[in-house]
Structure formats: C-alpha cells, structure tokens
Design a protein around this ligand. Structure first.
Ligand code: ADP
Length: 162
C-alpha cells in the first residue's frame, strides 16, 4: 500500500490543487493532504478554514484525508508512514524551487520520494495568490475554483475590508 502526502498552503484551494489531489488519488492508495499551519506566511484563511474548504471539495474521494501540520514535510510524511510526497508543477519557475526542496527532502529523508504531477494546461496559470488578487478587484473567479471556494473568498475579502 502506497501512501502519499500532498503538503501545501492551500490559501485557499484552487482547481489546480484539486486536480492534483484527484489525479494523485488514482495513482496512490491513500492521499493525506497536509495544510501547512505557518503563521509566518500570514495566510488569508485560518488553517481550520483551509482544512474545511478542502474537506468539502474532496468529500467524494474515499482515499483522501485532509489534516493540518506544522514543520517539515518529511516529518509529516513519516508521521503518516508515507513513502511519497506529491507536489504540483506549473512552470519552470515552480521547477527550480521544487527541485531544491525535493533534493533537500531526499537528504533529510532518503526513504521518502518526491513525485511531481504536472498541471493540466487549463490550470497552468491558476494560483491561490493570483486568485486572491482577482477577487480583491471583483474579477470573475469561476475559472479559478469551485463556486463554494470562490464565494468564501469573496466573503473573506469583504469582511477584511470592514
Ligand atoms: P506552497 O506554499 O507549498 O507552494 P501551494 O498551496 O501554493 O503551497 O501549492 C501546493 C502545491 O500545489 C505546490 O506543489 C504547487 O506547485 C502545486 N500547485 C499549485 N497550483 C497548482 C496548479 N495550478 N497546477 C498544479 N500544481 C499546482
């Protein structure tokens, strides 16, 4: 049985993230999505909110579990007896950072492998950061995330402005 972890900020989740989770859930027996609880990144959504958003968006996937975590991805992987860390790749710009992270993780935990899934072309431009920018200026979010996530984002931005 191969368990994979998929760590990230997911602030909030996008179609890009959801596509990686769905595809990984076909390739591996069990996927544990790890929502990083890192206040240094000052996320817009709390870790509980980010976990709940992902739980709701993946509720039809039986082998996917969503949890929060702190610290190193390799420790998170080991805690869950995962053999694999899944990461998504959109462009060359992702690749440089992701390769360095994967190499660092190999040094820290030679028994855990990083597997990259390349983005589907239609989601290559999608990122949480860009989606938040579009939301701030009232743009249409339908190509970034499902309606429930887009609505939660609009609501959050409205509240932050008050
Ligand atoms: P992090 O802060 O760890 O980069 P993110 O939430 O931004 O967290 O992303 C988590 C993972 O999902 C990363 O591997 C990132 O490259 C990948 N990812 C994000 N958006 C997409 C997308 N549109 N297509 C494919 N992978 C993506």
């Amino acid at each position: 049985m191969i368990t994979a972890v998929y760590p990230g900020s997911f602030d909030p989740a996008t179609y890009g993230h959801l596509d990686i989770i769905r595809r990984a859930s076909v390739s591996f027996d069990r996927i544990i999505v790890g929502v990083l609880n890192n206040s240094a990144k000052s996320p817009l959504f709390s870790v509980e909110e980010r976990v709940n958003i992902l739980k709701e968006a993946t509720r039809d996937l039986d082998n996917v579990t969503i949890v929060s975590f702190n610290g190193l991805s390799v420790n998170f992987a080991r805690e869950h007896h995962a053999q694999v860390i899944v990461r998504g790749l959109r462009a060359v710009t992702d690749f440089e950072y992701e390769l360095q992270m994967a190499q660092t993780n190999r040094v820290l935990a030679p028994d855990v492998d990083t597997v990259f899934l390349t983005t589907r072309l239609e989601y290559a431009y999608v990122s949480s950061t860009i989606m938040k920018e579009v939301a701030k200026f009232g743009g249409d979010l339908k190509s970034f995330a499902p309606k429930e996530i887009a609505d939660a984002l609009v609501e959050k931005i409205k509240r932050d402005k008050c």
